[in-house]
Design a protein around this ligand. Structure first.
Ligand code: MLT
Length: 407
């Protein structure tokens, strides 16, 4: 008899964004004449930067000739892209990351989901609350949690992120081995200072713990004092893995390219307490389960680091930050408390309703605007909603005008 993985039965709802998509589809089916504006899932709307398009076209032409055709590439990514990432994203910021510590992949979502395979089933895990649901759900699927009660899974250590702590979690009171952090944060848009990140790195070093640092939104940081990478913090390369993505940086949500950095000095431990480097483990996992990102897409990603590419991606992020400003100003003007939207593309709003889904329904039904209910990110998100700045200027302006009428 084939038995299912019963841990799946513990999962509370369907994946948050699938749930939202389902509700929106049902609403659209019932109201086919209404034009819905989507500020829910953080999906980009603007075209790829011209430098990326030119590089991708050129690479496609290379694939058309037997002299330049490429079959399987290296699973870890082509050297040209790994070198560009190490030089521009890390060494240029004083972070000592080498090209062969970068693993190119098809998404930060997949990598943050898959990384947990490297760790024991007994790992004590800390997650922020609110949290990007992938970190939690993948550990539930892998059997590292108990059942859910009142929106929280047994066995996980939740780190509340609230207005009181500026949405940056305090160090855990119980000992933990694996810590998920995301800055600029999804969903709150909060950023962590150098001092705050230093405290986490010191905690990990003192407790033989590991930080999984999701920096998918670093391209939106405009404040020069805020670190873009955990590796800007001294000692982090021994205790942190970092995830990045071209999705939001360069509009690659449909094109798919991201990367994970596993420094060679980054360690976990075996039962005897001996150090086990994580780089060879992730390399083993990656080469076994992944066959690389396509050549034209990697050439397009490389173009992000060309002089024109750098200007174009900066302009793209500035454009979405311009949307975030409009959202912030409208919502603040309506008298709501909010955060985010300054060094990140999400605005996190305290609603007047206790139930975030009620606020979601209200905006969908009365304004035909899709947002994300904060409770979908965890118990601390109850009563909050997230508005994404990813859309055209005209749609953001229209959405804000509709919300103004309804609220
Ligand atoms: C979000 O809206 O939180 C993100 O777009 C989800 C993702 O990147 O997977």
């Amino acid at each position: 008899m084939i038995l299912v993985n019963e841990h799946y039965a513990k999962l509370q709802a369907s994946y948050l964004f699938s749930d939202i998509a389902k509700r929106v589809k049902a609403y659209q089916a019932a109201h086919p004449d209404q034009r819905v504006i989507r500020l829910g899932i953080g999906d980009v709307t603007e075209p790829l930067p011209p430098a990326c398009i030119a590089a991708m076209h050129h690479a496609v032409d290379e694939m058309a000739s037997s002299a330049t055709f490429r079959g399987y590439g290296p699973e870890q990514g082509y050297d040209f892209l790994r070198a560009a990432i190490a030089a521009n994203d890390y060494q240029a910021r004083g972070a000592q990351i080498e090209a062969d510590e970068v693993f190119v992949s098809d998404g930060a979502k997949c990598d943050t989901a898959n990384i947990q395979e490297l760790f024991s089933s007994k790992t004590r895990i800390a997650v922020p609350d609110p949290v990007y649901p992938v970190y939690v759900d993948t550990n539930v699927m892998a059997g590292r949690t108990g059942k859910a009660r009142n929106g929280r899974y047994g066995g996980l250590v939740y780190l509340p992120c609230t207005a009181e702590n500026g949405y940056v979690p305090d160090l855990p009171e119980k000992p933990v081995d694996l810590i998920y952090l995301c800055f600029p944060n999804n969903p709150t848009g909060a950023t962590a200072t150098r001092e705050q990140l230093t405290r986490w790195v010191e905690y990990a070093r003192a407790n033989q713990a590991l930080i999984l640092f999701d920096a998918a939104y670093e391209a939106f940081i405009r404040d020069p004092a805020i670190p873009h990478s955990i590796y800007e913090i001294e000692g982090a390369r021994d205790v942190a893995i970092e995830f990045r993505s071209f999705s939001k940086t360069a509009g690659f949500t449909g094109t798919r390219c991201a990367f994970t950095v596993v420094p060679k000095s980054c360690m976990a431990y075996n039962r005897a307490g001996e150090c086990v480097p994580l780089h060879p483990l992730w390399n083993r996992r990656h080469t076994t389960k992944f066959n690389g990102v396509s050549y034209p897409v990697q050439r397009a990603a490389e173009a992000v680091y060309s002089p024109e590419g750098k200007q174009q991606v900066q302009a793209l992020a500035d454009f979405y930050l311009g949307n975030a400003k409009i959202i912030r100003e409208t919502i603040a003007d309506l008298g709501y408390q909010l955060t985010g939207g300054v060094n990140g593309p999400y605005v996190w709003i305290r609603t007047t309703q206790k139930d975030s889904w009620k606020f979601f329904d209200k905006l969908l039904e009365k304004a035909q605007v899709v947002i994300t209910p904060g409770s979908g990110f965890g118990r601390c998100g109850q009563g909050y909603v997230r508005i994404s700045a990813f859309n055209s200027r005209a749609n953001v302006e229209e959405a804000m005008a509709r919300i103004r009428k309804v609220l």
